[in-house]
Design a protein around this ligand. Structure first.
Ligand code: ZN
Length: 200
């Protein structure tokens, strides 16, 4: 039996438990939509996904199938097992009220992925100051290798593209449909996800 597909409405977020061995598939149902992903050790929230550890060990900023996402304690939290896009970002922090004030002073302020993650993770005991750099599924941040200049371009993901992770420990996951205009090609779409339980 196929696991149900859940929808995260545009500019919102959710949180859930992912058990060790479970598979999480994050789907871009319409294309050009980013999803910020956070992971905390479900048994100890002080252990959290770490961009710095992961990029260090991968020796690479563009992560895809075969790469592992590490915690601040250098334990593997998630492994990327499938990826139909091949372009994601693990450099930039979740968009927030401050992001809107900085980059979009002409637009109404939105709480962004940061606010959506903080609200969704609050019932699990995660306070806002614990939120680190997220793994930004489908976010397209090319870097000029000479100057280090980065740009935020529309995702290259097409409708139905997806990235799949296997949990290496019991995790609390936070996941959004990103709210920042430039990251999402100027429009806001939902994100879909599916959990295939190892126990099923
Ligand atoms: Zn965002």
């Amino acid at each position: 039996m196929t696991a149900p597909v859940h929808e995260i409405p545009e500019r919102s977020g959710t949180a859930f438990v992912l058990k060790a061995g479970d598979m999480l598939t994050v789907i871009d149902p319409r294309g050009e939509q980013v999803a910020d992903l956070l992971a905390f050790n479900a048994r100890d929230l002080d252990e959290v996904i770490s961009s710095g550890r992961t990029l260090d060990y991968a020796e690479m900023i563009y992560l895809t199938a075969g790469h592992q996402l590490y915690s601040n304690r250098s334990n593997v939290m998630l492994e990327i097992v499938a990826d139909t896009v091949g372009r994601h970002d693990f450099l930039l922090t979740p968009c927030s009220v401050d992001t809107f004030r900085h980059f979009y002073p002409h637009l109404p302020v939105h709480r962004g992925c940061f606010g959506n993650l903080a609200a969704a993770l609050e019932p699990y005991g995660v306070t806002p100051d614990r939120i680190p750099v997220a793994f930004n599924c489908f976010m397209n941040v090319p870097i000029d290798g000479e100057t280090g200049k980065l740009r935020v371009l529309p995702p290259i993901s097409k409708a139905g593209d997806h990235i799949q992770f296997r949990a290496a420990m019991d995790l609390v996951i936070g996941l959004t449909a990103c709210s920042a205009p430039d990251s999402n090609g100027g429009s806001f779409k939902p994100i879909h996800y599916r959990i295939d339980s190892a126990a099923a």
